[in-house]
Ligand binder design. Structure first.
Ligand code: CDP
Length: 231
């Protein structure tokens, strides 16, 4: 049936709102599969950069995706991302990829291909998927949709802590500018812009710990499934 709900938790929101860690832990708690769609967009961006493609050229990107294989596998609680069989897990968060991923992700041909891949990955259900368009486009029938938000300062601090822990030279203003620019492109693109689905629950994580975020979502899930059982 067209409107039948699927066993998917869709988590969307802007960069640094805590999607990845939250989604991974929620999946662990519920025994679900974790799908990091941002990593998929990052992987295809990495390949485009390596091949020196014009990122605004849809035809070039079209032939790239038609010959690209991306796989996500889970081992020891960690996610491994392979690009054409190469493990690229630790190559996806470079400054260059951060800068270019919104351009590649704005391309309709790339998004169409990604959504198909993501549907295949989620065919068995019991999935926690996070990204920008999960509740609106990829899994509009998800049983639970969460939209995470947080202040720009909180998001930038988290980013700085995640990726530049070793460096004392990190300039928070630069991180804020990068996040703002990425959010701006993600929210204003024509295809599948970042927005809260009408039936999503908004959760402001500015003053929450990861444990509190995870708890909130797991409780919502249990509540939804209990209600479902009563119907
Ligand atoms: O972890 P962070 O929030 O910084 O980013 P990410 O989830 O790894 O996503 C990186 C970029 O991929 C985003 O800024 C979007 O441009 C794009 N993306 C998207 O367009 N749609 C998705 N479902 C996931 C990511």
């Amino acid at each position: 049936m067209k409107n039948e709900k699927v066993d998917v938790i869709a988590i969307d929101g802007p960069a640094g709102s805590g999607k990845s860690t939250t989604a991974r832990l929620v999946a662990q708690k519920l025994g679900f599969t974790y799908l990091d769609t941002g990593a998929m967009y990052r992987a295809v961006t990495l390949k485009s950069l390596r091949q020196g493609l014009d990122l605004e050229n849809e035809a070039e990107l079209s032939s790239l995706v038609s010959t690209t294989k991306i796989e996500l596998c889970h081992s020891k609680g960690r996610l491994k991302i392979t690009l054409d069989d190469e493990n690229v897990t630790h190559k996806l968060r470079s400054q260059n990829v951060n800068l270019c991923v919104p351009k590649v992700a704005a391309m309709p041909v790339v998004r169409k291909w990604m959504v198909r891949l993501q549907h295949n990955m989620g065919a068995k259900g019991k999935l926690v998927a996070e990204g920008r368009d999960i509740g609106t486009v990829v899994f509009p029938n998800a049983r639970l949709k969460i939209y995470l938000v947080a202040s720009i300062e909180a998001r930038a601090k988290r980013r700085a802590k995640d990726f530049f822990q070793a460096s004392s030279k990190i300039n928070l203003n630069n991180v804020i500018e990068e996040l703002k620019s990425r959010d701006q492109i993600d929210c204003t693109r024509e295809t599948a812009p970042l927005r809260k689905a009408d039936d999503a629950i908004e959760l402001d994580t500015t003053n929450l710990t990861i444990e509190q975020q995870v708890d909130f979502i797991v409780k919502q899930w249990n509540k939804n499934t209990e209600n479902q059982d009563k119907m």
